[in-house]
Ligand binder design. Structure first.
Ligand code: SF4
Length: 206
């Protein structure tokens, strides 16, 4: 059987900035959309790693996190490998799945190759980012994007979590990169853009 691989930009363990609970976030590499004001240019044009599903699943299982959030980039472009990742982790750990996708739920349901991963998703935040519709809502980029509870797993915790009035995000400095985690407020975005401008531009990992 072929070993499935994923192209990923980066990962972050133990954050509550992209969904309720203690989450392991995977930012996948590559996107088929081109939203004006995209905050994730590095996941489209920056460096990436290829990892086997097995290795990433082991990292998630060993992290002790109780949920996975997949963002990007566009997760459903790697639906087969992500589905296998979730299956692998859930074989040993009861772990929830949140996906941020540029596709709408209707578009995902129309595409047979996406339904496997969609059926494993507890929360879907859907739709392209629309800069002109960025209304500052916590955890969601623009008002056209919708949050769907596709299972009951996060219904209770999500009601409290997603009712937050303010956005929360952090800029993390580590030895080899600077990472924006979460959906930023206008203030954090300004700082992020200044950091990017000083470090080689929007499309680069830095
Ligand atoms: S879907 Fe997301 S990653 Fe893709 S272009 Fe739009 S904002 Fe950027």
């Amino acid at each position: 059987m072929k070993e499935l691989k994923l192209k990923i930009s980066h990962t972050e363990a133990h954050t509550d900035l992209l969904g309720p609970g203690d989450r392991f976030v995977v930012w996948v590499h590559g996107c088929c959309f081109d939203c004006e004001g995209c905050l994730a240019l590095n996941t489209r044009f920056g460096a990436y790693q290829e990892v086997t599903v097995h290795d990433l699943a082991e990292r998630i299982k060993n992290s002790g996190c109780d949920g996975i959030t997949v963002s990007g980039g566009e997760p459903f472009l790697q639906a087969e490998a992500l589905g296998e990742l979730v299956r692998n982790v859930q074989a040993e750990r009861d772990i929830g799945v949140i996906i941020y996708s540029g596709f709408t739920l209707e578009e995902l349901r129309d595409r047979g190759e996406f339904t496997g991963l969609l059926s494993m998703t507890d929360i879907l935040i859907d739709g392209r980012y629309e800069k002109n519709l960025d209304d500052g809502r916590a955890y969601i980029g623009s008002s056209n994007q919708r949050l769907f509870y596709l299972t009951d797993r996060y219904k209770k915790s999500g009601e409290i979590y997603y009712a937050a009035e303010k956005r929360r995000a952090k800029i993390k400095f580590s030895a080899d990169r600077v990472t924006l985690i979460g959906v930023p407020s206008a203030g954090v975005l300004k700082i992020w853009n200044e950091i990017k401008a000083k470090n080689g531009g929007a499309a680069n990992d830095f």
